[in-house]
Design a protein around this ligand. Structure first.
Ligand code: FEO
Length: 620
């Protein structure tokens, strides 16, 4: 039965999945299967973009015949002749004898080699940049040799701005109903297999992929439609950046791949010890593979991913152990470059594997061999432990992010000058009951003069924050040096979610023309503003707003944070512990005491005044 999806308007995905195929190209395991994508555009003249593998021909032809109904298939573009796409062309020609086949001269040559039907009478030969119109759509053809075969083309539909990209941007893995990359968790479900597909299928041809990427960069593309795996209609930069890294042999991640071949477990022991030493030195991104167990296509893919690779192998027949030799030759055949390499060899009487491994890898560009290679004799001894530790240290010292992160001292932050302000807002949901709320902020500044724009940062935990997000408006009242601690307790140390902060306080407020309260007691000015931009900064939002109204209320000087700390905030009285707890901290801002047998977490926030751990003092 037919099974297709509409992509947009008159464009359809008419491909299919194969979950039963064990080996792609008879070489690469397919734990998650593979999809064969084909696309049909229904226009004044109908055009098919590539066929499918013979294993899925049944549903492919049902899709095609159902969508075409009684209409002809006018054109079939053959972007790629590998039989996983071409095998059904012969039957296509039998079912749609009038179809014209679009390809370049090499396409036609390869079709002749694979089939016996008359191709010359139905071939439309195209060259770089040639176009064909089907009515509404106009298709342009570009060559992309060696991505993955020499005849490969990519086809651009100028009308929809779609790039039919052949094998490029494809991946192993079936499409489980979700044919778009944004419909599924691509990074989790597909990225590893996309990398394995790329590196094993076209990894060798980075230069040619670069040429194709440069051609694509000249086109205005809204969708990338590959022959395998999900279609890209959002965040195209994500997959383009991956291809940029893979095709330039740039490590995708800083981290360490350890690939080992071990006969009786002693080389494996060394590999595991090295992994442990790396982890103890703080390396988080480590992958460890027994290359006798894991298929080389997976390890090759990981080699393209990581910046550092350690090869550990027993010596065998005065050479490299067989599975490691296979892997290294595969890596060399795929032209991997620009990695930091370390070697561990093992040999009970004539260790040779280290030198032989180095010989293979030395032929590749940009391979940097770390000193500190390790040579074992049969098993790991005490002196080898030291060598492995030294190797781990060497690797860590060459990882770009190995430098310790700078520690932030809290004290410099207390030197920043701040004012203190009451920020007010209101629920603006149109309901009969509208609620006012306010909180204390210290981040308020003018950022432009004409027009008058201001900026505030507000903790997301505050109800006032949510009100501003909804209503897009707020007032700021500038507190003065005669403010009492009560105003901070009212607006700063309690939540508007639990109480009405303005109950009994109305006589100290007025409403501006935007309907919000501003404070007239112990303030010297206020501003009414309308939000024009909101930015998310983790636990705070920053609002940029245009001032719609402002006025001076008094001449009393504005209150600075320092003045508040020195003159308004009561000195914290620490009550003796009533219960015995291992950790007691006091909040220097509001006096809240944290008591627990568990140490205060680094991300702790004072439940009263919302200040961070840096504002607490340890009492015991
Ligand atoms: Fe999907 Fe190169 O064939």
């Amino acid at each position: 039965m037919r099974n297709f999806r509409n992509i947009t308007g008159d464009v359809y995905w008419i491909g299919a999945n194969n979950k039963q195929l064990a080996l792609f190209e008879g070489a690469f395991p397919l734990p998650n299967g593979v999809s064969y994508n084909s696309y049909l555009v229904i226009d004044e003249k109908n055009i098919l973009l590539d066929c499918v593998d013979k294993s899925v021909c049944g549903v492919f032809f049902e899709n095609l015949e159902y969508l075409l109904k009684d209409k002809k298939l006018d054109f079939a573009v053959i972007n790629h002749c590998e039989p996983d796409h071409l095998a059904t062309l012969g039957e296509l020609v039998l079912r749609f004898p009038e179809v014209k086949i679009i390809g370049n001269s090499l396409t036609i040559k390869l079709i002749k080699q694979f089939f016996n039907f008359d191709i010359d009478s139905r071939a439309i030969l195209v060259k770089e940049g040639d176009t064909i119109s089907t009515g509404k759509h106009e298709f342009t053809f570009y060559t992309a040799p060696m991505v993955h075969w020499p005849e490969v083309m990519i086809t651009y539909d100028k009308t929809d701005k779609f790039l039919y990209s052949a094998d490029a941007f494809g991946t192993f893995g079936t499409l489980n109903g979700n044919i778009f990359a944004d419909e599924c968790d691509f990074e989790h479900n597909f990225l590893d297999e996309a990398r394995r597909y790329y590196t094993n299928i076209v990894g060798k041809y980075g230069v040619q992929v670069q040429t194709a990427l440069k051609k694509a960069a000249t086109l205005d593309i809204t969708m990338i439609l590959p022959l395998h795996g999900p279609i890209w209609r959002k965040k195209l930069d994500y997959i383009l950046e991956k291809y940029q890294k893979w095709s330039t042999y740039t490590p995708e991640e800083d981290g360490v791949l350890i690939a080992y071949a071990s006969i009786y477990g002693n080389t494996e022991n060394a590999a595991n010890i090295l992994a442990t030493k790396l982890a103890e030195a703080g390396v988080k991104n480590i992958a460890l593979f027994d290359v006798s167990v894991t298929h080389p296509s997976f390890v090759l893919s990981e080699a393209f991913r990581f910046s550092h690779i350690v090869f550990a192998s027993s010596t065998y027949n005065t050479g490299i152990f067989v599975s490691m030799e296979t892997l290294l030759n595969d890596i060399a055949a795929h032209n991997l470059q620009n990695r930091s390499i370390a070697i561990i060899e093992n040999g009970s009487w004539a260790a040779q594997s280290g030198q032989k491994m180095k010989e293979i890898l030395s032929k590749l560009n940009g391979m940097k061999f770390l000193e500190n290679s390790v040579s074992l004799k049969s098993s790991v001894k005490e002196e080898n432990l030291t060598q492995l530790k030294n190797l781990a240290n060497k690797i860590v010292s060459t990882l770009p992010n190995s430098a310790p992160k700078p520690e932030f001292e809290p004290n410099p932050f207390f030197k920043i000058t701040y004012g203190l302000f009451v920020l007010t807002a209101k629920d603006d949901n149109g309901s009969a009951v509208e609620k006012d709320n306010g909180c204390i902020i210290n981040t308020f500044m003018q950022i432009t003069d004409s027009p008058k724009r201001i900026e505030i940062a507000v903790n997301k935990a505050n109800l006032t924050h949510d009100m501003i997000m909804k209503s897009g408006k707020f007032n700021v009242s500038v507190l003065t040096t005669d403010a009492k601690f009560d105003v901070f307790k009212k607006f700063g140390f309690q939540s508007g979610r639990n109480i009405d902060k303005f109950a009994g306080f109305e006589q100290n407020c007025k409403r501006s023309s935007n309907g919000l309260y501003y404070i007239v007691q112990n303030t010297n000015s206020y501003f009414s503003a309308k939000v024009i931009s909101t930015s998310d900064f983790d636990d705070h939002s920053v609002f940029v707003a245009e001032v719609e109204e402002s006025a001076v209320i008094s001449d009393v000087p504005s209150l600075s944070y320092q003045y508040y700390m020195d003159n308004i905030k009561p000195k914290v009285e620490i009550k003796p512990a009533t219960i015995s707890k291992k950790y007691r901290y006091v909040c220097k801002i509001c006096g809240f005491v944290y008591e627990s047998d568990v140490d205060m977490p680094d991300d702790y926030i004072c439940p009263l005044c919302k200040h961070p751990k840096a504002d607490f003092e340890l009492l015991n």
